[in-house]
Design a protein around this ligand. Structure first.
Ligand code: AMP
Ligand code: MG
Length: 427
């Protein structure tokens, strides 16, 4: 893995005291490498896991040309004369059973959806366009009702032999399980599951069930982190609350590092923080402390720590509950995807009208919590959820999107377009 120093020394305009979001992500992206372990798992178990190698199709799917509709199969040359086409029905083809009878000139075969096209046939006329005589032996239809090749699925049109069906790095979705099943694949090789340890720091934190002394708050960050990490389908090691005590912090970081691929902490990384978190993190490895040009979520520690020959990525997130979520989604999520070997396309940003004016200073990226809803005049509009303080977790709970106000963006007037990132797909 490249060291932080080697990555940072390549940047000409690096300023850890006002680091743009994009540059922080660039540095993280260059430092993080995928874990190597893989395992072979049954298809259902592979759901939501990261495919470790390309899956090449060993079959044509479908295996034969077949009917896409219930109707009658015939040769398209019958359509050449135009007008009414009259054909003699010489056999039937059902799904799973081929038609025994060859279909010659002037003939057709009754066919069901999915049945193999009989020899000599390339077109299916759906049954609703056909007049059938009383005995069911002759059919008649207008040549204009169908074109050559209609209602026929071609062999290999879904997947062709030798073609990559799914690429390594894919996080397997419901459709992918079905696709693999259609190829007869019973097991796939996936990356081993990532282990992520996390804990909260701060003497003011109390765990649920403990009495809340004056000046104390319940630790909520471990719960939001639990939820966010569960969505990433990683193995969790919840290490509880660690007090602002050097020995306890060092023991917690070492244990986390020895047992996990990545360690996430919250709290204790602000400038002028009267605790030991930063000091101990720096002692245990290659860790840098940033003030990121963003709101919320300015302070963040990132790097790698080591203990007894084991290494782990470290994300020291800010303490404020909204800042934890924002920094998780905009830095940690992509880094963990990378570490688990997943290739995930960036989430789309959509442009919609802002229902109100939003105060914004250029020179930092802001992630306001928004509610995207249908606009009275049609289309969609976004409004901010009341209080946007970085401690107001309700703003995240009420929101259904981030309003992403880019680094250069200034004030937003009511009616201006802004970019939003939907929580659906993110969470
Ligand atoms: P810090 O970054 O440690 O200075 O924390 C900033 C603010 O976030 C303080 O008001 C803390 O009380 C609060 N905070 C820190 N950690 C947590 C947590 N785990 N749960 C809830 N609030 C927290
Ligand atoms: Mg603190």
């Amino acid at each position: 893995m490249p060291s932080l120093q080697s990555v940072i020394s390549c940047l000409s305009d690096y300023d850890p005291g006002a680091l743009p979001v994009a540059q922080a992500n660039q540095i993280i992206g260059e430092v993080v490498e995928p874990v190597r372990g893989t395992e072979q798992v049954a298809l259902r178990t592979a759901f939501d896991r990261v495919l470790a190698e390309d899956v090449i199709s060993r079959l044509d799917v479908p295996a034969h040309d077949n009917a896409a509709m219930d109707g009658y199969a015939f040769a398209s040359s019958e359509l050449a004369a135009g007008g009414n086409v009259t054909l003699t029905v010489v056999g039937s083809a059902f799904a799973g059973a081929a038609c025994e009878q060859a279909v010659a000139r002037g003939q057709a075969a009754r066919i069901m959806t999915g049945a193999i096209m009989p020899a000599g046939c390339d077109t299916v006329i759906p049954q609703e366009f056909v007049d059938v005589d009383v005995e069911g032996e002759r059919i008649r239809f207008d040549a204009k009702a169908v074109r050559a090749g209609d209602n026929r699925r071609l062999r290999g049109e879904d997947l062709a032999i030798g073609q990559p069906a799914l690429a390594a790095g894919r996080i397997l979705q419901p459709a992918d399980l079905g696709l693999l099943a259609s190829l007869g694949v019973a097991e796939v090789k996936v990356r081993r599951r990532l282990r992520v340890a996390f804990f909260s720091t701060g003497d003011e934190l109390r765990s649920i069930g403990e009495p809340l002394d004056a000046g104390c708050v319940y630790d909520s960050n471990r719960y939001t982190l639990h939820g966010m990490l569960r969505r990433l389908n990683v193995d969790l090691i919840d290490m509880g609350v660690v007090p602002d005590d050097p020995a306890a912090l060092e023991a917690a970081l070492r244990s986390a590092c020895e047992n996990a691929d990545a360690v996430i902490t919250s709290g204790g990384v602000s400038v002028g923080e009267a605790d030991y978190t930063k000091q101990i993190m720096a002692q245990l490895g290659d860790v840098t402390f940033w003030k990121i040009a963003m709101r919320p979520g300015r302070p963040m520690a990132f790097g790698r720590i080591a203990s007894h020959g084991r290494e782990a990525l470290l994300f020291g997130l800010p303490g404020n509950p909204v800042a934890v979520m924002v920094t998780f989604y905009h830095f940690v999520r992509a880094a963990l995807h990378r570490q688990m070997g997943a290739k995930v396309a960036p989430l789309p940003l959509m442009r919609v009208r802002s229902a109100q004016a939003i105060r914004k200073k250029p020179g930092r990226t802001e992630y306001q919590r928004g509610i995207l809803a249908p606009a009275p005049e049609g289309g969609w509009q976004v409004s901010i959820t009341g209080q946007q303080g970085s401690g107001v977790l309700r703003s995240m709970s009420e929101a259904n999107c981030f309003i992403v106000l880019g680094h250069e963006q200034g004030m937003v007037a009511a009616g201006d377009e802004v970019e939003v990132m939907l929580f659906d797909g993110l969470m």
